[in-house]
Write a new protein. Sequence first.
Length: 139
Amino acid sequence: MTNMTNPEYPQPRLTATNAPLIEGWKRGELMLQHCADCHAIIFFPREICPQCWSTKLEWKRDAGRGKIVSFARVHKHVTPPFAAEAPTILAEIALNDGGTLMARVATRAPAAIESGAAVELVPMPEAAKFPLPTFRPVT
Ligand SMILES: [Zn+2]
């Protein structure tokens, strides 16, 4: 049994603001901030709501399913191990339960990715090798 953690990936810097997202992903969960005042769903983690400037932000678990709005197929990377994994997909994903985020879509067929494609979170234990929430196509 190999260690699923890939030490070569750049690791996110843990802060008080992003800790629930980073720690949640270590459990394979997508945690997102919700504004208690205007109900905006917020990504990336912040200290104030970007819609209404409220500081009443709550963390909630998202089901982790959505559709690709748009994406970039990245052919050249400067950072290993991404360079060895190119082309990779970086996508804007509209979540089924509201909110959007930017995330990697892990796939063995990057040429087949299209806008509108359904995606879901990579499940554990594979999820553990990615330092940030990562999706895969729904097959
Ligand atoms: Zn708000």
